[in-house]
Structures are given as C-alpha cells and as structure tokens.
Design a binder for this molecule. Sequence first.
Ligand code: IPE
Ligand code: IPE
Ligand code: MG
Length: 253
Amino acid sequence: MASLEEKISQLDKNRIPVHVAMIMDGNGRWAKSRGFIRSDGHAEGVSTVHRVTKFSSDIGIKYLTLYAFSTENWNRPKEEVDTLMFLIGWAIERELPELLENNVRIHLLGDIERIPDEARERLFYARNATAHCTGLQLNMCLSYSSRWEITDAARKLALLAAEGKLNPQDITEKSISDNLTTSGIPDPDLLIRTGGEYRISNYLLWQIAYSELYFTPALWPDFSDEDYVDALLDFQSRERRFGKTSDQVQQNH
Ligand code: IPE
Ligand code: IPE
Ligand code: MG
C-alpha cells in the first residue's frame, strides 16, 4: 500500500480541481456502529471538516463547498437538529483562529435566516472576520437545497420581469447562475459523497451539470486524507469531454 506521501506525489499539481464539493454523509451510521448516539457522529465529523479544509488549502484547491445541513434535514428529530445547530456555531468559533492563520475565507450558502440566532451570529462573525482572506474559500451549505435556491432564483427573476426591469426573452443561463447562492463561484469540478449512498440529495443540481462524481463507502468521520487523495487521483484519470468527442479534447491539449 502506497503511503500518503507517495499518493500525494502521484498527483498532477497542474490538474488539481479548482472547486471540490462534498456531501458529508455517514455520521449517524458511524456513531450507531459504535453504540453511540447519532449526535456523537456529528461531533466526530467536525474533525473531518477540520482535516479536509486544511488538506484542501495545502494542496491548492480554491473552493471547497461542504453540505453541512440540508433543507430536508430540518425534518429530523428536534434533539438532533438542536445538537447540529449548536455544533455548527461552536465549531466555527473554535476553528476561526486557524482559518485566519490559513487564509481561509468563509462563505455561507443557504437559507441562513432559518439558522437559530446564536449559531447564525457566530457564522456571520466568522464570515466577516475572514472576508479579507485570499486563500481557500470554504462554502458552508446550511439550510441549503438546490430546489430551494432554484425556486428562489425564479422568484427573483419573475419579480424583475413583473416590475418591467427584465425582458423574459433576455433570461439566459447566466441570469439563472447569477441568482443562485453560488453566484460568482465556478461550478464544482469534482463532487465527492461519503457514506456509500449513490444519490445527490438536492445538492447543487444546477452547478454539477458537468462535475465529475465520486462516491466512497467511507463514513464521513472516517474519511481520511488518503481517501481524499484517492478521489483526486481518480478525478485526474478522467477525461472531461463537455459533450465533445475524445479526439477534439485531445487536440485541445
Ligand atoms: C451526515 O450524516 C450529516 C448530516 C446530514 C447533517 P448523517 O447524519 O446523514 O449520517 P447517516 O447517513 O444517518 O449515517
Ligand atoms: C445529505 O445527507 C445532506 C447532508 C450531507 C447535509 P442526508 O443524509 O440528509 O441525505 P439522504 O437523506 O440520505 O438522501
Ligand atoms: Mg445521511
């Protein structure tokens, strides 16, 4: 088995993805398999967020987008939702000094108004405190779902049209992109889902039109740097054709 350093050395430094998105799944199962309560899995998952952020930053990824809490996750038992909201606020506060040290900029995607006051204030504080950072941009998706944001974008555009400020004929793909929470952020090159499920769960549906998808059975708390490099190596082995033929893609290289 190759060591982590050996694996990293196999990476093509010129083909590191600009934007990696992740669905951090499997915390509950990780806890259950150890006889713990589900929330213990979420607490353990925070250390993976710490590690993955550091690793992404070190390796030169520009945008890391993490699915931390979906619109549908509000339907979980209140106790679990409360713990998750507490953990989110607590973790962001604890991580802030190191985020600043690593020049990481926090960006929030989702219906943040729904997040309870205490956690929301801590999130806003971290976002403001890191606004000047120029390294990795860490996009935290909270109370996020793709259908929510696409609906929101449709509403905004319809409002402009109703006010006579926008001709419906002028609506382009760019108008829609510009009205999503990810406005200004390039689409993900690679989407990684941990936890062994092969689904998207209402995540970045518009933005992943041409992303490379990678699914790993590793549960989020167990997702290691080695697992991450495996995903990056797999990504680098793929040919991204964007609808063209392989010959056309080869010619462009
Ligand atoms: C992902 O882990 C974290 C969130 C969705 C907030 P889960 O809590 O979904 O863990 P499993 O899928 O039940 O194991
Ligand atoms: C997706 O995980 C949402 C997050 C990781 C925040 P879920 O565990 O909620 O997804 P489903 O319910 O298995 O599709
Ligand atoms: Mg899950």
